[in-house]
Design a protein around this ligand. Sequence first.
Ligand SMILES: Nc1nc2c(ncn2[C@@H]2O[C@H](COP(=O)(O)OP(=O)(O)OP(=O)(O)O)[C@@H](O)[C@H]2O)c(=O)[nH]1
Ligand SMILES: [Mg+2]
Length: 307
Amino acid sequence: MKKSSQQQEHKPQKQTAAKRIELGVAEIRNLVTEFLDQETAGRLSPILAKAQRTLVKKGIDSSLATDIVQTLDINSSMSNEEIQKNMMNELIRRLPEVVPPSNRYSMEPTVIALVGPTGVGKTTTIAKLATKYWLQQGRSVAFITADTYRVAAVDQLGQYAKLFESKMEVAGTVEQMEEAMEASQSADIILIDTAGRSAIDGDRIQETSNILKVANPTETHLVLSAASSRTATKKAADGFASTGYDRVIVSKLDETEMLGEMISTLCALNKPLSWFTDGQDISMHFDLARPSKLVESLWAQDRPITR
Ligand SMILES: Nc1nc2c(ncn2[C@@H]2O[C@H](COP(=O)(O)OP(=O)(O)OP(=O)(O)O)[C@@H](O)[C@H]2O)c(=O)[nH]1
Ligand SMILES: [Mg+2]
């Protein structure tokens, strides 16, 4: 039955009002948190207050910085180096654990899927994983792309498949994924690339999740770019939850000037880290995730994050 124009107009209006209330509540919550943070920070001893300011200057979230310094065992008789070491160790302790890459040699292929926002480096990282497993470990790989939205995306992965003398399947639907998985069973490692999605586009993310469910990945990595803002990263971490990602790749570490923000987000994320990427070259800019590297780079300040 056709809705009256009054009914049709009513819903968006209701949604806008609800959205406005939601934003208002979030803003009040932020203000209260900020106020409480300042209160707590204001009660810190001079040495802890100085340490807190150092962390905040480096981009660490102020409530995290306050929380960190309150657990530090430092005093004014310590050297700056000792205090710094204490802060660094505490940050490293708070970063998520690292999950080692799969090294199981079983009859079943290891299925590795990458998800994440647009342009964070998913396809490039798939090629880096292929370099690792195929070139360095001699394990056979097969590629599947679920990114059928851009012709260039299929071409991009196709070129990598050629480079690694491997098969590539295209799977834009659940049925195609079933077929693609069946066709790839002889490989040791199946690498699944997915289309970049906006973190707030729940429907599209769900579409990716449905396709991935059929592949039943052994590992699902959310790729987060270190060059993205804290808000964008947080939105991605929440928005991609339906994909069931169980680990995080941090990409573009060479491009960031906001490492403190990334570290703050990762501390709050509660998901293990898998890989770090720090450049475009598929044969070199890829390494096991190492929290100490992030924290050391945070103190290296002007120096670029390189190995
Ligand atoms: N500086 C830098 N650039 C990177 C890194 N990883 C990927 N890139 C570049 O980022 C751009 C996008 O990379 P893609 O791999 O196509 O990103 P994607 O996530 O697959 O993009 P969509 O499929 O469009 O969502 C390319 O120019 C890559 O070379 C990195 O670690 N550092
Ligand atoms: Mg891509």
